[in-house]
Design a protein around this ligand. Structure first.
Ligand SMILES: [Fe+2]
Length: 263
């Protein structure tokens, strides 16, 4: 039952014609456009946080350890690359490992798509059609981190399921590049620790983060505690039929990740 998963009192996703819903979407949409990132607190109920964590713990042994170097953005970067802050390591489970879970039910719930489309200023958004990449559990165990990068997708929707107390900080610089300007000069300032624009976020469990990831430079700092940092990435697209390419799928989800759709 979705009603037991989403905090519908503060976020009435099931009442899109209500004044409360419309002003919520308008205000969050304005904030996202201005800041490049919004974090919506207490989006999930406590019941959902517990349920999702249980579903993940049961499946934890199936997670694939993914490790990779700088993203393709840096292929044309002029200058030395500090690999230690550009490499990424995490444990991932794609949607093919998350079938018949409440997390998958939430991913497919039409009102959450309508809500995210409204905030990101789109008429509608579509389910991602890659069997693994549509819905991803990302686990960062001790020593894991995600190096500085931009996303390929315009926006990302992330549900935070734990709040690390040592490391695992989300850092970002919104609006750092555009379609016309790769922003190399300011990227260099960030990589060299000279930027004054780096924002730090300590994401609480149950919050929903929306980020304009294609233009926001971001990373997750190294985890310095035993308990993993866990997040759930809901991938939605601006057009139907989007898949991940085969090499990226293998790198993130492992060589046995399915190529064909799963139900
Ligand atoms: Fe990212």
């Amino acid at each position: 039952m979705i009603a037991s998963l989403v905090n519908l009192t503060d976020y009435p996703l099931d009442q899109p014609d209500s004044g409360q819903y419309r002003s919520l979407v308008d205000s969050l949409g304005r904030q996202l456009a201005e800041t490049g990132l919004i974090n919506i607190p207490n989006f999930l109920t406590l019941n959902a946080i517990e349920k999702f964590n249980n579903e993940i713990n049961e499946r934890m042994p199936q997670a694939f350890y993914s490790e990779h170097g700088p993203s393709s953005y840096f292929d044309a970067y002029p200058g030395e690359l500090p690999y230690d802050i550009l490499n990424s390591t995490s444990y991932c489970m794609g949607r093919d490992k998350l079938l018949n879970t409440e997390m998958d039910t939430l991913y497919h719930w039409e009102p959450i798509r309508r809500f995210i489309a409204g905030i990101t200023g789109n008429e509608r958004v579509y389910l991602h059609e890659d069997p693994s990449n549509a819905l991803i559990v990302q686990m960062y165990k001790a020593g894991c981190e995600i190096g500085w990068h931009f996303d390929g997708a315009l926006f990302a929707s992330i549900i935070n399921l734990s709040r690390p107390t040592a490391g695992g900080v989300f850092e970002c610089v919104p609006d750092l590049r555009s379609e016309e300007d790769p922003g190399y000069g300011e990227v260099r300032e960030v990589l060299e620790g000279r930027s004054t624009r780096v924002q730090k976020y300590y994401m609480e469990a149950g919050s929903l983060t929306l980020m304009l990831g294609r233009y926001t430079f971001h990373r997750v700092t190294s985890i310095e505690q035993e308990k993993p940092r866990i997040s759930l990435v809901l991938t939605y697209e601006l057009r139907p039929g989007v898949h991940l390419d085969g090499a990226a799928r293998k790198r993130i989800f492992g060589p046995s990740a399915p190529r064909e759709p799963v139900l």
